[in-house]
Design a protein around this ligand. Structure first.
Ligand SMILES: [Ca+2]
Ligand SMILES: [Ca+2]
Length: 308
């Protein structure tokens, strides 16, 4: 067996990984947070404590976001490939901070099929449309819905049989990427049931994003290579744990099927963070989406905080 550069050898989630992600949290917390938490109280009222604790918890939510962005920025400096052997995939264990605990984990939003992939930059992608048909059918949805989705997202105004979209659907379509699952309700033929079925198995990101072949579940890879044998899919899964895929062409070669153009890549730009923050009397669940552009700092694109 030949030796590989260290960067290709996935490290197992380890004590060392946990220690490193904790160190990054402590850096993110900084001295300012500790100071802000000690808010002097004028009385002994429960609601005053709750207000203080909520404020402190929100400050910790900011710390969770800056922790995740620190981890992802550090990862970007190691090269363009993203996989579960990397530090970002190591969960932050419940870590004591002044007055509470903070824990979290970063996950890859590009481990799923993004519905906007049917027409990247407004141009239909045959390979992605074929995969969408398979996934819709697995979710018990009619293939005609894929045609309507393609027409809604692609920038042209004709259907695949040459009719105008306005004529076919009785109105103009958005001709732009979906921004959320809710936008599907505006696509002809979609109802709440279809949206729920798709939300369980696919994702909507603000632009088309290839699936990361290193993080995608086996079933999704199998759906994307319908002509591949089960053995070939197993071989690909085994290969990526040894040596992550560098591109969509890389996984296609290993599986021995034509390169499904634009369906897969070896890296990720959109991540999710799930964090649980406890501070004295309050507990909050924090859900973040982070966009990490190529060669630029990660940016927070959404934040939801709810009571845990
Ligand atoms: Ca990486
Ligand atoms: Ca269109």
């Amino acid at each position: 067996m030949t030796s590989r550069p260290n960067s290709l050898r996935p490290a197992r989630p380890s004590q060392r990984g946990a220690a490193l992600v904790i160190a990054m949290l402590l850096t993110a917390l900084g001295a300012a947070v500790a100071v802000q938490m000690i808010v002097p109280l004028s009385g002994w009222l429960e609601r005053e404590y709750r207000a203080r604790d909520t404020q402190a918890s929100y400050t910790l939510a900011d710390a969770a976001a800056s922790w995740a962005m620190t981890v992802l920025a550090a990862d970007a400096r190691l090269g363009p490939v993203d996989h579960y052997g990397e530090l970002w995939a190591t969960a932050l264990p419940p870590t004591p901070v002044e007055g509470g605990t903070i824990e979290g984990r970063i996950t890859d939003l590009q481990a799923s099929f993004n519905l906007n992939n049917v027409a990247p930059q407004g141009v239909k992608s045959a390979a992605n449309i074929a995969l969408a048909r398979t996934l819709f059918s697995q979710s018990g949805l009619d293939s005609k819905l894929v045609d309507a989705l393609v027409d809604a997202v692609d920038r042209d105004e004709t259907t695949n049989d040459g009719q105008s979209e306005r004529q076919r659907y009785g109105r103009a379509l958005r001709n732009a990427p979906l921004q959320s699952f809710n936008d599907l309700l505006d696509v002809p033929g979609f109802d709440e049931r279809a949206v729920r079925a798709l939300a369980a198995t696919t994702i909507v990101l603000p632009e088309a994003t290839p699936i990361n072949a290193n993080t995608a579940p086996r079933a999704l890879i199998a759906a994307a290579f319908p002509a591949a044998t089960s053995d070939a899919i197993d071989k690909a899964i085994a290969r990526r744990t040894q040596q992550p895929f560098s591109s969509g062409g890389d996984i296609a070669t290993v599986i021995g099927q034509p390169n499904a153009d634009g369906v897969f890549s070896g890296n990720t730009q959109y991540f999710a963070v799930e964090s649980l923050i406890r501070f004295e009397r309050v507990a909050h669940r924090v859900q973040l989406h982070i966009f990490r552009p190529t060669s630029a700092r990660p940016v927070l694109i959404s934040r939801i905080i709810s009571n845990a």
